[in-house]
Design a protein around this ligand. Structure first.
Ligand SMILES: [Zn+2]
Length: 318
């Protein structure tokens, strides 16, 4: 496969999605496998190990569902032409074509990137990084990119080392590819209008620090993630002005908003600083825009509640 073909395959993983339901299972498995490859680990890993490590990723970065099913991407990523299970022929399947987990275990099934892709990535780590970045960009909001990459073992210090080690600077093509992924598409018009609507302050904590005439560490967050579809994704009513801290907490599902625009904090949020920076705002209304048409729209809030925050809290109906 040429680099373009490789990029294309990962850009078109068949991800089940309907009505904005998130299904990041395959992209997370692909990222996990790319991380292993970049760390010079073995191509194949036993099913139980993949299930355990992918399960952790799914619970952390997947939508808040009742359970996670790492066996599904483990089995079905093969259909996308990037994943290999040498024992696949011996695995028994359910009527709907899923693998029996007991069979995966009995046969000692192992999974990993296909040999061709694995060796291509080993030869050109800059390209593997480029594809990892593209996957993260395609499936997660920017505020979570570093967390996801770190969780699959690709952190920024590793990136720098790898670039030097692979002779990256001598490869103009690789350099271009890498710079390409770092220029993430943004929509400055969306940011400007959201920040204007909220008077340049965090809707949660009123943070509004200016330095040399410009606000710092203040973001226009998408309520329904930009990549999760929806024609209203760049409207002000799908935005919230949030400081860098509350933006990350919001995208991670540590809090959401009720239909009365009050702050609902996840009961699972714990740790040092949780009261000072988060729980003290619980049940307080956010600072709303001047114009009611700019208020967060219920469709987006409902999406955030269902896909990012967690089970619908009793008494909250959008
Ligand atoms: Zn804030």
């Amino acid at each position: 496969m040429t680099p373009d073909e490789l990029r294309n395959v990962f850009a078109h993983l068949k991800v089940w999605h309907t009505k904005g339901w998130r299904a990041p299972n395959k992209p997370l498995l692909a990222l996990w496998a790319i991380g292993r490859c970049l760390r010079n680990e073995a191509r194949l890993a036993p099913y139980d190990m993949v299930a355990q490590e992918l399960g952790i990723l799914l619970r952390r970065f997947g939508p808040p569902r009742k359970g996670v099913n790492p066996d599904l991407p483990f089995w079905h990523l093969r259909n996308d032409g990037v994943w290999d299970i040498p024992e696949a022929g011996r695995i028994t399947q359910t009527a709907s074509g899923h693998a029996h987990i007991s069979s995966l275990r009995r046969e000692g099934a192992q999974g990993g990137l296909s040999s061709e892709i694995f060796s291509a990535f080993r030869k050109n780590k800059a390209m593997a990084l480029d594809i990892a970045y593209s996957l993260v960009e395609a499936h997660f909001p920017e505020s979570l990119h570093d967390d996801v990459l770190r969780a699959v073992g690709i952190d920024s210090s590793f990136l720098n080392t790898t670039i030097v080690d692979t002779g990256f600077m001598d490869e103009p093509e690789a350099e271009l590819q890498f710079q390409h992924v770092r220029r993430r598409p943004r929509n400055p018009a969306f940011s400007r209008s959201v920040l204007d609507a909220y008077g340049d302050r965090c809707a949660v904590c009123e943070f509004s620090i200016r330095l040399r005439g410009a606000t710092v560490a203040l973001d226009a967050a998408h309520i329904r993630w930009h990549k999760a579809g929806g024609h209203d994704r760049d409207k002000i009513s799908n935005g919230l002005a949030l400081c860098a801290l509350h933006h990350r907490l919001f995208d991670a599902g540590a809090f959401t908003l009720s239909p009365k625009y009050t702050i609902v904090v996840a009961s699972a949020a714990t740790g040092s600083g949780v009261d000072r920076y988060l729980r003290r705002f619980s049940q307080l209304p956010i600072y709303l825009p001047q114009r009611t048409e700019d208020y967060p729209n219920f469709k987006s809030l409902k999406w955030h509640h269902r896909e990012v925050f967690g089970p619908i809290v009793e008494g909250i109906d959008y």
